[in-house]
Design a protein around this ligand. Structure first.
Ligand SMILES: C[S@@+](CC[C@H](N)C(=O)[O-])C[C@H]1O[C@@H](n2cnc3c(N)ncnc32)[C@H](O)[C@@H]1O
Ligand code: SF4
Ligand code: SF4
Length: 340
């Protein structure tokens, strides 16, 4: 059965939406069409609710060329079983087409996803929007529509202490691709929190679209609990990010102020205890099995979660707030378009 898949045209069946997209590209051009489709999706999904499984992640591989100190992935046993082959993954996506799986947004992670570039290239045709989270040590493929999140954990010495010697220089080289949509993403922990502003300064004029922040999530059984900053320092980190965003760097810090506020200790437990991301997203492990409760796996300590996604999803539930955010992003985008 698998061999016939090679000969099949891959990607979801062409929908009415695809046909409108093509027609619109011919009439007003691809860039404008993409812009209007994005606004439409924002309004449809963000104001009226994302369907279950609209966003999620695929651990496309259980392999990685690094072993970072903080990594949740290798606290689990995903490495012990063989990962799906290319054709098995495509067969899996094909079988999802027979269900009401929305094929909206997929994050390709792992392990290190760029170890399987060819497979991602085939797999991403199924989704409307794709994100690749990478350690940045492998040359980025030329995928202009993909959002790349490159993990950077502070200044060079700090990054290499967490990820391994020589990694930082490779990232600097590979991230120098202004034609691609790249964000740099820092997981803040007790070791690197003092590097936050240095990190922003280091990347602000290098052609990346912005910088993102998460806070270390403790993983049960992993001997790195010492990386968790504790509640008091965690709140101070969030206050620092809020101050830097509001006073100095604005949208270059890609996490909205509201999300940073929701992550503070007075609100966060209520949100992660009832994590909406866990209920609404899809996550597949390298064997193509549903991964629970989320991409961080069953050993993640939800009450001390530092991932931004539960907070984003929580905020999305507040329609008035979202309407305001949408209007602001519209104003921002239109402002950019009319600027000479
Ligand atoms: C597991 S990695 C997979 C993608 C790729 N190998 C990379 O490093 O970006 C995905 C992201 O999870 C982050 N991460 C790993 N362990 C974490 C933890 N315990 N808490 C928060 N984020 C973590 C990594 O820093 C990385 O940004
Ligand atoms: S590069 Fe990514 S997957 Fe690999 S060990 Fe580091 S955080 Fe984990
Ligand atoms: S670790 Fe965080 S994102 Fe994952 S299920 Fe728990 S609260 Fe949600």
């Amino acid at each position: 059965m698998i061999t016939t898949i090679e000969n099949k045209q891959t990607g979801p069946k062409r929908t009415f939406r695809d046909k409108v997209f093509d027609y619109s590209c011919q009439r007003i051009g691809k860039e404008r069409t993409k812009f209007f489709f994005k606004l439409y999706d924002l309004a449809r999904f963000d104001l009226f609710g994302k369907p279950k499984g609209a966003i999620g992640s695929i651990d496309i591989t259980n392999r990685c060329n690094l072993r970072c100190k903080h990594c949740y992935f290798y606290a689990h046993d995903y490495e012990e079983k063989p990962e799906l082959t290319d054709n098995e993954w495509i067969e899996k996506l094909e079988s999802l087409k027979e269900t009401d799986f929305p094929f909206y947004q997929c994050s390709w992670i792992g392990g290190e996803p760029l170890l399987r570039k060819d497979l991602i290239e085939r797999g991403m045709r199924y989704f409307k929007s794709n994100l690749v989270a990478t350690n940045g040590t492998i040359e980025l493929p030329n995928w202009p529509d993909v959002n790349f999140y490159i993990s950077v954990d502070g200044r060079k010495d700090m990054h290499d202490a967490i990820r391994g010697k020589g990694c930082y220089d490779k990232i600097k080289k590979n991230a120098n691709r202004p034609e691609l949509k790249i964000h740099v993403s820092m997981v803040v922990n007790k070791m690197n929190y003092q590097d936050i502003e240095y990190f922003i300064e280091e990347w602000k004029d290098r052609g990346v679209r912005g910088c993102l922040f998460q806070i270390h999530t403790p993983i049960k059984g992993l001997k790195n609990d010492s990386l968790w900053p504790g509640w008091q320092l965690r709140d101070e980190i969030l206050d620092t990010l809020l101050r830097l965003k509001e006073e100095k760097y604005g949208d270059f810090i890609g996490v909205p102020s509201l999300i940073l506020k929701l992550m503070k200790s007075d609100r966060c437990k209520e949100i992660t205890r009832n994590c909406i991301f866990k209920k609404m997203s899809f996550c597949f492990d390298p064997q193509g099995q549903i991964k629970k409760p989320c991409m961080m796996g069953p050993l993640a300590d939800c009450l001390r979660c530092g991932c931004v996604l539960p907070f984003h999803m929580w905020a999305l539930e507040d329609k008035w707030l979202m309407a305001r955010e949408l209007l602001m992003s519209l104003k921002h985008k239109i402002g950019k378009k009319v600027r000479p």
